[in-house]
Structure formats: C-alpha cells, structure tokens
Design a protein around this ligand. Sequence first.
Ligand code: G3P
Length: 311
Amino acid sequence: MLQPSEIHPGIGTRRGAMEPTHQPVKGKSLKHPAPLAPKIFADTAKIEEIRTLRDGGIITGVTTNPTLLKAAGAHDWDSAHQIMRDIVKLMAPHPVSLEITELDPVKMVEQGKRLAGFGPNVVVKVATGGYQAVDKALDPFTGLHVIHELWKADIRTNATLIFNCTQALWAANAGATYVSPFLGRLADYMYKNDTPERAPGNSLFFMEDHKAPAGGPERVGNTPYVALHGPRMDAGVRLINEIVTVFCNYNIHTEVLAASLRNAVQLSECLVAGADIITVPAAILMGVADHTLTSEGMTSFVKDTQVFGHQ
Ligand code: G3P
C-alpha cells in the first residue's frame, strides 16, 4: 500500500485546472460538493449495464474496446458500429472511448475521424505501442503519430495499453487527452511472473535481460519497473502513482485514466494515488455502495425501526 508521504501534494491543484466532473447547475443554490472528484467510467459496452449506472448517477463516461464490444453482442462491423452509436447517444454529453482497429497510420487517422463523427463526446482510443509485435514492418511510433494527427484535427484521444511512465509521457507529448495505464494486467503479470527470492521491484523483465556495463557487477534482481520502489503487490497502483507524480510535477493536463481493474480494493488505491478517472467493470460498480459492515448496520437499523410501528 502507498504510504501517505508517497502521495503527491499537488494532486488537488492539478485537478483544479481540469474540466469539472460535476458542472454547476443553473438556478440551484446548493452547490455540488464534489465538482473536482475523480471521474468514474464504466468499462463495458453492454447498453443495459451502462443505462443502469448512468441513471443511478454512478458514471460520467464509458470506455470500450473490441473485446467488450464482442461481449456486448457485436458480430460484424455493422453491429459493432450500432452498439458504439447507441452508447455515444445514451451517454452524451459524457465521454465515450471508441477504439481504433486499423494498423496503417493513414487508415487509423481516417478511422479515428469516422469514429469521432459518431458524436462530439467520442474520445478515440489508440494503442500507444506494440505495433511491431503485430507486424515487424510497422513503425513503432505509429500510435504516437496517430494521436498527434488526431490532436491536430481537434479530436480527443485516449492512449491505451500503457504499462510504464515513459509511455504515458510520450502519449501526453503527442497530445493525448487521456492515458490509460492497465494496472490490473500489470498486477496479474506480477502475481504470475515476479520472483520472490529476488530483490523487490515492480518488474516486467529481469536484470539479466540487460547487459551489465563493461566491468560492472553482474547483478541478479528484479529491475524496478516503476521508479518508486515498493512491494510487489503494489505494482498496479504504483504505476498510477508514478504517472500522476510526473504529470503533477510538469503540470501536464492529460488525464490519468486507471484501467483494467479487478476489484474494489484497486479502485480505492487508485483514488488514493490520485487517478483523474477510473474505468471500472460494471460488476464491480454494482457493489460500490455495499460493504459487509454496511449491510450489517442496515439490517439492524431496519429491524430496530420496526419497534416504532408505522409513521
Ligand atoms: O479499459 C481497459 C480494459 O477493458 C482492459 O481490461 O480486464 O482486459 O485487463 P482487462
């Protein structure tokens, strides 16, 4: 768990420079108490889930990807586009991330512009990197170039599949509106692959993957994956903490959108770390108002009220 001293003191000031989560309502005297609260998005493409969460005032945005669209019933481009359009309309004016699937930069920009045409609340999701893993012939900077082109065209982007702070910085430099670190996948990876007998660190690779400098000692340990050391279990939230720290230090207004959540504990940790937005699967959001002790307390209040009879 992050220590209080590790939380950046400038988080509130940075949030103050961003678009409010809850806009002032004309004619209302009771002001909203949490205008700059972190935004909670639903990480789903299922329209009924989105409707319930929107109507309950739980979310102010949605993130989708091809996997989520498939899970929502998309089986060809027509049905995928229809689902996207329905979500964009339902959520307006709140942001909805729709992901680019093309790999050629020219086609990616065209697809981004087409998706942006679905509504003014669309944010175009672009994979930050990984292009050469798909095709060696691709430019490794494809995602960054596309983000920059879309920025030039005044189209908001969400730089996705972020697993370290430098990817986040490069995406921000390219003009990304959001960066999406996948803390759940990182935590999963650490759980499976980190090696406890080595020195602690949050590593996706080991020291022996890197050549020791000539004459330097051959060290064996987990390379710190994020700059701030910490126990392995903190891998996911430390990634959020590190990006937020850098963005605070350099007054970067790209919003840090914590993604790929697995449980409510990670949600709380992201809040503490200063995430601007947290996108959460519907199943976790459905439980945010509950806690075992809340349920116990409610049960006894309701039971004790019965002695008062009818009002
Ligand atoms: O928003 C990103 C998210 O959908 C990825 O989640 O569960 O596939 O790691 P997951």
